[in-house]
Design a protein around this ligand. Structure first.
Ligand SMILES: Nc1ncnc2c1ncn2[C@@H]1O[C@H](COP(=O)(O)OP(=O)(O)OP(=O)(O)O)[C@@H](O)[C@H]1O
Ligand SMILES: [Mg+2]
Length: 237
């Protein structure tokens, strides 16, 4: 099973979501081995993983792989090898890349593509102009992937009603794109939990005596489980 976080627009939470989904309870209960794969030469997650190792943090069921190549053949053969050893692969795809090569690869090779997107006219236009044409091309050759592409409403207000946002997206999206029944709220904790290679759970343990921060951490952990459960539901369908 390959799940990718894809969005041609930069800075929409792909890397943060990929690492947190890999460490989510939901995915760790379901899969025996999980590979977190970064296809980004920027190496956001690679640097974070190096820090994790330096701090001696436990990887659990998760292995990390950084593919910095820009050749489709290298992606393909690397993913092939990784999938032979892992039940679940979670791919973090870069926002901007030459010829959108990484995005094309992820759309064609993933079982599930999650597209974090804001409810903003700019993001909607960018999706229509940049990402949707790639998805349409993939669906032309692989119509079975009809249920693979899912928008995840991102940077939503923490108190916004998820149902309302989902309805909004379902209304404006073409019928071959779905909206995940979850949201990824904007919270300052997502900007700082990952220092020293921490994941959300480790951060929550670190701040457990600080009521306000502990509450933020609990809420973020809860967001991630809800997202992972919604993704899980698609996998089962
Ligand atoms: N839910 C959130 N709320 C607030 N800030 C967030 C949230 N998720 C991520 N961020 C912050 O937004 C920035 C972009 O996040 P991230 O690196 O995950 O995005 P990305 O889509 O992977 O970016 P790129 O396209 O450059 O790879 C980071 O500074 C991150 O800390
Ligand atoms: Mg990223």
């Amino acid at each position: 099973m390959i799940i990718s976080f894809v969005q041609t627009k930069g800075g929409t939470g792909k890397s943060t979501l990929a690492l947190n989904t890999a460490f989510s309870q939901t995915m760790n209960k379901k899969f025996k081995s999980i590979a977190l794969v970064e296809l980004d030469s920027q190496g956001t997650l690679n640097n974070w993983w190096i820090e994790r190792e330096e701090e001696g943090r436990k990887p659990g069921k998760i292995s990390f792989h950084h593919i910095s190549s820009t050749q489709k053949q290298v992606f393909q053969s690397s993913i092939h090898t990784i999938s032979a050893h892992n039940e679940l692969i979670i791919m973090d795809i870069p926002g901007e890349s030459t010829g959108k090569l990484h995005t094309r690869f992820a759309c064609a090779f993933s079982d599930i593509v999650i597209i974090p997107m804001r409810t903003s006219t700019n993001d909607e236009l960018a999706f229509a102009e940049n990402l949707y044409p790639i998805i349409k091309t993939v669906l032309k050759v692989a119509p079975k992937k009809r249920n693979s592409f899912n928008i995840l409403p991102a940077f939503t207000h923490p108190q916004a009603k998820i149902q309302k946002i989902v309805e909004y997206f379902e209304d404006i999206l073409p019928n071959n794109i779905r909206c995940l029944n979850a949201a990824y709220p904007s919270r300052s904790i997502y900007e700082n939990f990952n220092r020293e290679g921490m994941n959300l759970k480790e951060y929550a343990q670190l701040v457990e005596r600080n009521k306000r921060q502990a509450l933020q951490a609990m809420r973020a952990l809860n967001d991630i489980e809800k997202i992972a459960k919604a993704v899980n539901k698609i996998m089962e369908n």
